[in-house]
Design a protein. Structure first.
Length: 63
């Protein structure tokens, strides 16, 4: 059985390979996720989220 942890998961490389890098031309990213109870395997309802690319944030690094 796996134990929960607070390790960050970087999904950027997989996202860019599949959809391309976010840019001013395509500024929104939509994604779905859910929580899993590691004891029972029960999943929460699907959560929907959106984030928006901003040129000012990209100036300090990769978009």
């Amino acid at each position: 059985m796996e134990e929960p942890d607070d390790t960050a998961v970087d999904i950027r490389a997989d996202y860019v390979a599949k959809y391309g890098a976010p840019s001013a031309a395509a500024p929104k990213i939509f994604f779905r996720y859910y929580f899993v109870n590691s004891s029972t395997g029960e999943k929460s309802g699907t959560m929907l989220a959106e984030c928006k690319w901003a040129a000012a944030a990209a100036a300090g690094g990769e978009p």
